[in-house]
Design a protein around this ligand. Structure first.
Ligand code: SF4
Length: 331
């Protein structure tokens, strides 16, 4: 296998195979070949978006110890970071959402932990929807859903969802990989668009695991795919496993681009960084309220980026940003 052949293949609009993705992922991130891959992914991402990157903004409606027990998440009951539930009052949620809209976010996400009452989520979502511009795109980031639940989300005014089959789902989480996959089918059957990602990546994930998940995300024809590294929650077993560098994450986000068809224009990375931007990431997230990667109750006072700071990171990486509703979710 030759790197130049794979680069040519990508430029010719062909999706790389699993074996080809593994070949690329096995280069050290600092190898010249990895920089070639990042340059190629950057070129494709810009070509697909006319050099307009997007910034999506997420707010959490609650913060609670969660029985999903994803070992990488600060809400996981086992990690013991948060001991009781707090819920965002509707007025505050509306204020956050309107703030994101005013700042120019291309889509607004509402997130909850897995046990937040679904009917309450729908009720608050409708209220938030009513206070936003009709053009503003609303995305749900909630637990697994039946087809009926997915249809209710659509009826409440959501354009799409963020949902992912995470790395080692069912091993590093208490959730069923099959339930995650069924939810993805339910969302799409209900007419919701799905944004997804290869996450949360740690040093223990080898090229084969990463390539398998890249290929899985490509197979569901998402609005965007991408790659995000695991952020260590202090004192947890996951933190002891270590953290990949931003450069390795940039390499993986670039390889992910080469594993997607051209119908998938979006390529996300998290947390936002210029290395991701130059490696072909064209979607960053701003965050407010609780955040599964943060131990602060208000992530905007901790790890969370704002729409404005994401815009600066994109500009520093050579990207312009889109004004108006997300094109990834507007397919
Ligand atoms: S990732 Fe979601 S399901 Fe898993 S512990 Fe965190 S909030 Fe719960």
């Amino acid at each position: 296998m030759k790197i130049q052949n794979l680069i040519s293949k990508a430029h010719n609009r062909e999706v790389l195979t699993r074996d080809e993705l593994i070949f690329l992922l096995n280069f050290p991130p600092e190898a010249p070949e990895s920089y070639q891959v990042m340059a190629t992914a950057n070129h494709i991402s810009k070509e697909l978006t006319n050099n307009r990157a997007e910034i999506h903004a997420q707010l959490a409606l609650n913060m609670a110890p969660c029985p999903g027990d994803c070992a990488f998440c600060s809400f996981s009951g086992k990690n013991g970071v948060f001991s009781r539930e707090t819920r965002l009052p509707p007025a505050e949620a509306i204020s956050y959402a309107k703030g994101f809209e005013k700042a120019g976010a291309n889509a607004i996400y509402l997130m909850t932990t897995a046990t937040y009452p679904f009917e309450l989520f729908l009720e608050i979502s409708r209220e938030i929807r009513d206070h936003l511009d009709p053009e503003t795109i609303l995305i749900a980031n909630v637990g697994d859903q039946s087809l009926l639940g997915a249809q209710k989300l659509r009826a409440a005014g959501f354009t799409g969802v963020y949902h992912a089959l995470r790395l080692r789902e069912g091993v590093d989480s208490a959730l069923s990989p099959e339930a995650r996959k069924q939810s993805l089918r339910n969302f799409q059957e209900a007419g919701l668009q799905v944004g997804t990602c290869v996450e949360p990546i740690g040093p223990e994930h080898d090229a084969m695991e990463l390539a398998d998940l890249i290929a899985f995300t490509a197979a569901i024809n998402p609005s965007y795919s991408g790659a995000a590294r695991r952020i260590p929650i202090p004192g947890t077993e996951m933190a002891a496993r270590g953290t990949i560098s931003e450069l390795r994450m940039a390499q993986i986000v670039a390889v992910t681009r080469l594993g997607m068809p051209r119908t998938v224009a979006g390529n996300c990375t998290h947390e936002p960084c210029t290395l991701g931007g130059i490696a072909g990431a064209n979607l960053f997230w701003a965050e407010a309220g609780a955040n599964p990667r943060d131990i602060r109750e208000k992530t905007e006072e901790g790890r969370g980026e704002s729409v404005a700071s994401c815009r600066v990171l994109f500009r520093e990486s050579g990207w312009e940003t889109l004004e108006g509703p997300s094109r990834y979710f507007g397919r």
